[in-house]
Design a protein around this ligand. Sequence first.
Ligand SMILES: Cc1ncc(COP(=O)(O)O)c(C=O)c1O
Length: 337
Amino acid sequence: MRQVELPIYPVVYPTGHRLNQNESQFPLPDRIKNQLDSLTYDDLHEYPVEPINELFEQYAAYVGVTPEQLLVGCGSDEMIHVVTQALLAPHDIVLSPAPDFSMYPIFTTIAHGHHVQAVDLSYEGMVKAIETHHPKLLLLSNPNNPTGKLWTVEELTHLASLVPYIVVDEAYMDFTPDASMIPFIATYSNLIVLRTMSKAFGLANVRIGFMVTNCELAHYFRQFIPPFNISGVSAKICNIFLKDATYLQETIEWHDEMRQKWAQAFETIGHVIPATTNFLYVELEQPEAVWDHLTDLNVHTSKQPTGIRVTIGDEAALHLAHTAIQQYMETSHVKNS
Ligand SMILES: Cc1ncc(COP(=O)(O)O)c(C=O)c1O
């Protein structure tokens, strides 16, 4: 056995208010529910082919590439797993900014690599860390999870020119598609973009994520995918959502309103980092104490070094969180940051 100590998921699946998982709370329109009702049991006995081919066609059209440039997996998590397994030799270095998505070090370790982090989320910090560590792979989320920071295309294309491979994980990019790196895949032969149906499309339980890259890399990575790695039922569900002419726009607009409203509310208790995601990062003076207090009340948020990350959408839970933080600050004299 290898000497590893990695978290086993789900670590703790919290009961109560889940503002910590960035799950969509957008209410499903009836027209979509009706179509989901039309799924039948008839083809459960078959390995899936047609619905997945259709998914490739539809998703390729959605992001503006050819189906040959896509890989599909069980969430974008599986795509991170595949990309690290396929690219890393033992001890190869993977660099991410700090903070970034918690799964990057885990998948790097599973793939026998070594994960390092830059000192912060700045472009300069990343360049310095590249000079120090000479990573084989840059792995970062854009927009950044947990802060919502958007890296610019200029920063990312320059970073791409400094390393053998760069993976830009665009789990939250459907909310701001114009900032995607997908149009630059044709120019940067070492660029790999990850996407998911879990966030803006609201399908975390369907477990569908994508890798988008050039045909040559896609062909290489395809060798590392197990046969029939996604369910045809999941593919069929995604096809319904991708075919709907207005669903995505409706959910984006709904999230824009929610974000605006709750950013304003949380500004009264901390500094809210501007974001285009389905979560907000609220910088606080005593994040750990506030997080503990909310957890005691069964309101689960994501604890971060300088604040908490809160999923937006569940208004009852957000009210509870907001009021609880306010009361906590009044009683503990925590000052606004
Ligand atoms: C930045 C980022 N990447 C990837 C994922 C994994 O998402 P999924 O496996 O559901 O596609 C998440 C989930 O929260 C995420 O925040």
